[in-house]
Design a protein around this ligand. Structure first.
Ligand code: G3P
Length: 249
């Protein structure tokens, strides 16, 4: 019922030439979008190129890694959600642990961005972090659930149906060692229960929950076999087109 979703997060990597080569290489290599939906989250300087590519290839969708919550105005250095929606961006990652850590993004800020992305017709991929210290306390409210509740404040059930939640424990990101299938399912199940508490079962059955943290072509199968996991968010393994093709297939 939920189409699997694979989102490669390039983070602040690649040159224009490498982006060109990546897009050339994946042409015709990604799965049928009815079976697996694929997206690349690129930094804003590459979104124009990416959206142009996506106009001619239904196998890939363009995602942004962030945007601001205002559509226009005196906000030097920020990226407008209205402008990227106009370019053809489909998804926007919000609240990635690197945004929270290096740019001090709060749950309140992420909530404003979620609403701005939705009101511009795009879909937010709301990321929730989890530190090992928090997991060990087993305090559910502070574990993974609280950022989800905060991010969805004031979001209607109709809008909530479309969203994607990214479970990304920072203790697994960029380490080469993914969380285990059991650890991932535990958190994703809890996230789905939280959505059900907020909006009911009809909505929680539709929301896609994806996992990020050292996903690669070898571990993707086990991760995807977990009942509450609908997709993955590879970072490092999305930089080489060959790896991305393997993961998506
Ligand atoms: O958003 C994806 C990410 O944070 C995971 O990165 O390099 O561990 O696959 P990586």
């Amino acid at each position: 019922m939920r189409t699997p979703f694979i989102v490669g997060n390039w983070k602040m990597n690649l040159t224009m030439k490498q982006v060109d080569d990546f897009l050339d290489t994946i042409k015709g290599q990604l799965p049928d979008p009815n079976n697996v939906e694929c997206a690349i989250a690129a930094s804003s300087i590459y979104l124009d190129k990416l959206t142009e590519y996506c106009k001619n290839d239904v196998h890939l969708k363009a995602a942004a890694q962030n945007c601001f919550y205002k559509n226009s105005g005196a906000y030097t250095g920020e990226v407008s959600p209205m402008a990227i929606a106009d370019m053809g961006v489909s998804y926007v990652m919000l609240g990635h642990s690197e945004r929270r850590k290096y740019f001090h993004e709060s749950n309140q800020m992420i909530n404003k961005k979620v609403k701005a992305v939705l009101s511009n017709g795009m879909v937010p991929i709301i990321c929730c972090d989890e530190t090992m210290a928090k997991r060990k306390t087993y305090d559910e409210m502070n574990w993974v659930v609280n950022p989800v509740i905060e991010a969805l404040k004031g979001v209607s059930a109709e809008d909530a149906k479309k969203i994607v939640i990214g479970y990304e424990p920072s203790w697994a990101i960029g380490t080469g060692k993914s969380a285990s299938g059991k650890e991932i399912e535990e958190a994703c199940f809890l996230i789905r229960e939280t959505i059900q508490d907020l909006y009911g079962k009809e909505v929680s059955d539709l929301v896609r929950i994806v996992y990020g943290g050292s996903v690669n072509a070898k571990n993707v199968k086990e991760i995807m076999s977990q009942p509450d996991v609908d997709g993955v968010l590879p970072g490092t393994s999305s930089l080489k087109p060959e790896d991305f093709i393997k993961i998506t297939n």
